[in-house]
Design a protein around this ligand. Structure first.
Ligand code: NAI
Ligand code: MG
Length: 329
């Protein structure tokens, strides 16, 4: 039996996480769920958005299923997401985006974005002076090697063939230059049989929209991966379509790529697809590929049979969409 820590969080987090828990629980009897607090609820109840008991439970479980949290507008606030990514050494953020519905005048997309998850702009190291603020951006050789090696492995193990390094080495010559040169080195050593290329981040954003078939697997730095995965999700139909996995040598946390969506929270209309597919990714990661594939197929079949959520012009809310996924399962 595998133990999963469920962290619902804020806004639409609990709404979509509940759908994912229903689907994962139906797909397999090999998991048990334990729940823990994170985000604004935890902050008001315990004075910490990531209380120590939550973090301890995450460490002791086989994996975690997380919704989303809302960030308050406070200078001294450190997001619990950044804290658990760093604290659990979740160095790889894997974000697959695949079209599940045909959209008029939009090409289909099927890409996996592998995002470095521990440094770059996300160390929140900002220095204040009279002139303003300087943000320190960290790029280490070790982090570049780990993420590139991970992306090469993932490309192979998922039966994909092409890997593109996305960077801005024409301007950030030192830091992004290091990432690009590590990419070339590691692909040279480990990427036999794979097609490799590199692309500047700005034109990569354009191509993701105009010609997404350019890309198969993208490996990129933290901030670019964050932004490009929302761009890719938009091409597929919206943020409700992008699941993600934060993966480290020992621990893992799976979540939809979106945030707490305060604009639709409480209305029951959030698309739970990303959360449900994150549940499938989690099952595959913890060694339950059968139930994972059944969930993927049930979601695809739900869309294929014309049951759409409101974000892409359908009439289903989170729960009734999930009912259809469960029926297909
Ligand atoms: P967001 O991802 O929450 O929402 C962006 C837009 O996409 C909104 O219009 C929202 O309604 C829509 N959307 C998102 N998920 C959807 C779904 N499942 N179904 C249908 N529509 C969906 O990003 P935003 O608005 O920039 O941030 C809101 C809050 O979330 C902020 O406090 C931010 O800090 C936090 N956030 C948290 C993350 C996390 O916990 N991992 C990640 C990103 C943002
Ligand atoms: Mg994001």
């Amino acid at each position: 039996m595998k133990r999963i820590c469920v962290l619902a969080g804020d806004g639409i987090g609990p709404e979509v996480t509940e759908c994912a828990v229903r689907v994962v629980g139906e797909a397999t009897d090999q998991v048990e769920f334990v729940r823990a607090e994170i985000g604004q609820g935890a902050l008001s109840a315990k004075g910490d958005a990531l209380p120590e008991e939550t973090f301890a439970l995450m460490r002791s479980c086989d994996s975690s299923l997380f919704g989303a949290v809302t960030s308050p507008d406070r200078l001294d606030y450190v997001s619990p997401v950044l804290r658990f990514r760093k604290g659990l050494d979740l160095y790889a953020n894997v974000r697959p985006v695949r079209s599940l519905v045909e959209r008029p005048n939009r090409p289909p997309i099927d890409v996996v974005i592998v995002r470095e998850n521990t440094e770059g702009m996300y160390t929140q190291n900002e220095v204040f002076d009279d002139l303003g603020v300087t943000t320190m951006r960290k790029v280490t050789r070790r982090a570049c090697e780990r993420i590139v090696d991970f992306a090469i492995d993932l490309t192979r193990s998922s039966g994909r063939r092409r890997i593109t390094c996305v960077h801005k080495a024409n301007v950030l010559r030192g830091s992004d230059g290091l990432f690009l040169s590590v990419f070339r080195e590691r692909v040279g050593m480990l990427g036999k049989g794979l097609e490799s290329s590199d692309q500047l981040v700005d034109s990569a954003a354009l191509k993701l929209v105009t010609d997404p078939a350019t890309f198969d697997v993208i490996v990129t730095l933290n901030l670019y991966g964050d932004i490009l995965s929302d761009v890719a999700a938009g091409v597929a139909g919206g943020l409700g379509f992008a699941p993600s996995g934060n993966i480290g040598p020992k621990h893992s946390v799976f979540e939809p790529a979106h945030g707490s969506a305060p604009d639709i929270a409480g209305k029951g209309v959030a698309n739970p697809t990303a959360a449900i597919l994150a549940g499938a990714m989690m099952l595959r990661h913890i060694g339950l590929p059968g139930p994972a594939s059944r969930i993927d197929q049930a979601v695809a079949a739900t869309y294929a049979s014309g049951h759409l959520t409101v974000d892409i012009g359908g009439r289903h809310g989170s729960q009734s969409f999930t009912d259809h996924v469960l029926r297909h399962l």
